[in-house]
Ligand binder design. Structure first.
Ligand code: PHE
Length: 368
């Protein structure tokens, strides 16, 4: 404790009256100390501040000695406040120290990582964002109209079985167009939603989960991801489709990755194609992963069928477009040579930790 200042008379009773308060400072707690400091030194209504203001009202000959007395007392108060503040701070610190158990084992911060599929989805989306596409999403519970009929699947056509749809018992919401509720079997219904939401020009990519009544085995899962792409504008041709998708493959895989398009069929595109990239494991020479072909299929695509445009009141004489759908789970498997899709869906940390390292090594190799 600092030495208590001895009571010395200033010769001014109103200043002397403050002495007991000066002496009490070493006993004040933090809150009381703050309040007292304001009461004595506060710029608006502090007792000493008021005394200083009074100097101007005194006769000339008294001003000097009174002013000096006020200032001395003020300095004493300031020193006492500072000393008490320091003392309280030291007390607080030692208290804190005593409460801390330094023998406790350290708590390790658990650092998570993005799932490899999430990383692949983000990369794909970024590549398309870089060429002017925006991101759209749609609901996982759809009606037959959005999932099939608006996309030019004929009602009761076996094409609808092709997808092995999971139907729901619930009834569709009031005003939703069309038929039974189902878990969407692909992200293509969001093509319809995007075109209904805003007239062309439209350039969107649509990531999301899709569901099919499939077995859960090495190459199938009842739930997996897709990324849809859709571009509708005036004067869009198959050349745009090919150039854009080849650009994507070169950015995503490598600038020298070979690609090829094979004719295919989808009810909502005409003509339709499937795009293959050179096998990422054997680079074209043929291996078990590509069944000896040297190629891996990565997506379905085609020119938007005119009937689809008509179904959303877009004039197919004025506008044309293209679309694609690819599967990030599958692409993740191709990229990292993962033989079983279940590894990407089960959340087994031992597997994910391996891939985290593998992915890091691959990024290092790629010089990123
Ligand atoms: N929706 C198709 C599927 O799931 C993929 C696709 C999308 C094909 C867009 C063409 C155009 O298989």
């Amino acid at each position: 404790m600092p030495a208590t200042p001895s009571p010395v008379s200033t010769g001014y009773p109103e200043l002397d009256a403050l002495r007991p308060r000066l002496q009490a400072i070493p006993t004040l707690g933090a809150d009381a100390l703050e309040a007292e400091e304001i009461a004595i030194l506060g710029r608006k209504s502090g007792a000493l501040t008021a005394a200083l203001k009074r100097v101007a009202e005194l006769p000339i000959e008294e001003r000097k000695s009174y002013g000096a007395a006020v200032n001395r007392l003020k300095a004493e108060f300031e020193a006492a406040f500072a000393a008490r503040r320091e003392e309280l701070e030291a007390e607080r610190k030692s208290q804190e120290h005593a409460e801390r158990d330094l023998t406790m084992p350290a708590r390790h911060r658990w650092v998570g990582a993005e799932h490899p599929v999430t990383r692949v989805v983000d990369e794909i989306v970024d590549i398309f964002r870089g060429i002017g596409f925006t991101v759209a999403v749609g609901p996982e519970v759809e009606t037959e109209w959005f999932n099939f009929l608006a996309l030019n699947f004929p009602a009761d056509h076996p094409a609808m079985d092709m997808h092995d749809t999971l139907y729901l018992d619930a009834a569709p919401a009031e005003g939703e167009p069309g038929g039974r509720l189902l878990l969407r079997t692909h992200t293509s219904p969001v093509q319809i939603r995007a075109l209904l939401a805003a007239p062309p020009p439209v350039r969107v990519v649509i990531p999301g989960m899709v569901y099919r009544n499939d077995a859960f085995d090495a190459s199938h899962s009842p739930a997996f991801s897709q990324i849809e792409g859709l571009a509708v504008d005036e004067g869009i041709s198959f050349v745009d489709l090919k150039a854009t998708l080849i650009h994507f493959a070169h950015r995503f895989f490598s600038p020298s990755t070979k690609t090829r398009f094979r004719p295919s069929f989808f009810p909502f595109t005409e003509p339709s194609a499937e795009m293959d990239v050179e096998c990422q494991l054997c680079h074209g020479s043929g291996c078990p992963a590509c069944k000896g072909t040297g190629w891996m299929e990565i997506l379905g695509c085609g020119m938007v069928h005119p009937t689809v445009l008509e179904n959303v009141s877009v004039d197919p004489e004025k506008y044309t477009g293209w679309a694609f759908g690819m599967g990030p789970h599958r692409i993740t498997m191709l990229r990292y040579g993962i033989p079983d899709i279940r590894l990407l869906l089960e959340g087994d940390m031992r597997f994910l930790e391996q891939l985290r390292e593998g992915a890091r090594a691959q990024r290092r190799e790629g010089g990123q």
